[in-house]
Design a protein around this ligand. Structure first.
Ligand code: ADP
Length: 424
């Protein structure tokens, strides 16, 4: 409006000038044209600019800050664009999933339909979506994946999506162990229970008036009931030691005294099966940070196993010795038998709950498959570990290796009072 008024006033003034002073006409026309150009040119430019489509919003990518944030994440993370192409990945993702080239489709590396459709869903509704991912190779791993849309400017749909991986492998393993444990424990209890129920029904039914059958069945029933009771005792014991596994030991124990006590407990049983217990203990005591009762449980289990699985050798040797491991002083307390030995492939699994080389053989020897698992848990609490060495046909050595405690060796009256050699 203002421009129009300027134009009319300028035109009128120049016409008046031209009429009053004709010589000035060419100059007036020139001035008029320059004036019009100055007044109207900017508005034309503006009109042209408005007719153009709006410039796109500043892209979020590539932003150094965003890269740095993704890079700083400990867990594997990718940035994926709307075409499902990988635009960025942090070093953790390269460790977890191998090298992925920028610009590659996500589906090239991840075939999981669940993951891909979660990314698509996040693109469609710009909301957070999650998925699970299971990788079988090179090792089995479980991931929880979150797809987080990265907000774009000016209310636009997100251009990029953060794909964040959480490692759930350990949780899944614990979950599986728990379910396996419950399944194994119920199976172990159900077997003697089924046998007991069967005998009871027979004695109530067809063998009601059969004293011979009663005589025959009752000892078997008793044995089955004892087996259930042993299993429950071991289960409780295992749960107790597992609960205490992280509680530091704040007492000291003498391994020589422990071995003496174990030997006195088991000696009658060993004698019965014709096995000699031989002790190669030091004259002095061997003090470790330890709970004496728990350590007695460890070595009783090991000596009982040696009696159960290696009586053929005719002797079991117990020893407490100083040794060194990677320059550090340690104390080794061992139980050696001269039985048939353990095939190498079974050795790494012996401390798993319910793991038995021969289930029938273990059951017939009143085993529950929990003994070495209890041993392992107690030793963990004592910062000690179990070393199993075995040679087929020659026997096995189970060694508990203890760090040397602050306490120094002292003369032990008790260890001299009960020399094992005399028990052989
Ligand atoms: P179990 O109650 O069956 O004895 P353990 O956990 O104590 O359970 O032992 C697990 C398995 O390890 C046993 O079933 C047995 O097969 C094997 N084993 C343990 N000690 C010995 C040994 N000294 N000689 C041979 N095999 C052994």
């Amino acid at each position: 409006m203002r421009r129009k008024r300027v134009t009319i006033v300028a035109a009128a003034s120049l016409t008046a000038l031209a009429l009053a002073w004709p010589v000035a006409t060419p100059g007036s026309v020139l001035v008029f044209m320059v004036l019009m150009l100055t007044v109207h040119w900017p508005s034309r430019q503006k009109r042209l600019r408005l007719a153009e489509p709006p410039a796109p919003a500043d892209p979020v990518w590539p932003g150094r800050g965003m890269k740095a944030a993704v890079e700083a994440l400990q867990e594997p993370a990718l940035i994926v664009d709307r075409d499902m192409l990988i635009r960025y990945r942090n070093p953790s993702s390269a460790i977890a999933f191998g090298n992925m080239a920028l610009g590659d489709a996500v589906s090239l590396r991840f075939r999981s339909p669940e993951l891909l459709s979660a990314i698509e869903a996040a693109m469609a509704d710009a909301m957070v979506h999650s998925a699970t991912l299971e990788e079988k190779r090179p090792v089995e791993r479980h991931w929880g994946v979150e797809i987080l849309p990265i907000p774009a400017f000016q209310g636009e749909k997100p251009h990029f999506f953060l794909v964040l991986f959480h490692d759930r492998t350990a949780e899944r393993r614990v979950e599986r162990m728990r379910t396996d444990f419950v399944a194994n424990a119920s199976h172990e209890l159900r077997t003697p229970l089924a046998s007991l129920t069967g005998f009871i029904e027979t004695l109530q039914g067809p063998a009601r008036d059969d004293p011979k059958a009663r005589e025959q069945f009752l000892p078997i029933m008793r044995e089955q009931a004892m087996r259930m009771s042993r299993l429950i005792d071991d289960l409780l014991s295992l749960s107790r030691v597992e609960m205490k596994r992280h509680v530091p030991v704040n007492t000291k124990a003498d391994l020589v005294t422990v071995m003496n006590k174990v030997a006195s407990q088991i000696e009658p049983v060993a004698k019965e099966i014709g096995v000699a217990l031989i002790f190669e203990g030091p004259e002095t005591s061997a003090i470790v940070e330890g709970d004496e009762d728990e350590l007695i449980q460890v070595f009783s289990n090991l000596v009982e196993n040696a009696c159960k699985y290696g009586p053929e050798g005719g002797r079991i040797e117990l020893s407490v010795k100083r040794a060194s491991e990677r320059g550090e002083a340690v104390i080794d307390a061992s139980v050696r038998d001269f039985g048939p030995g353990i095939p190498a492939e079974h050795v790494p699994r012996l401390t798993e709950r319910f793991y038995r080389i021969d289930v029938g053989n273990s059951r017939s020897k009143r085993g529950t498959g929990l003994g070495l698992s209890i041993v392992r848990n107690i030793l963990l609490r004592h910062k000690s570990r179990l070393i199993v060495e075995s040679t087929l046909g020659q026997g096995s050595v189970f060694t508990a290796r203890f760090p040397v405690s602050g306490g120094q060796e002292t003369n032990s009256a008790e260890s001299r009072k009960l020399p094992f050699d005399s028990m052989a």
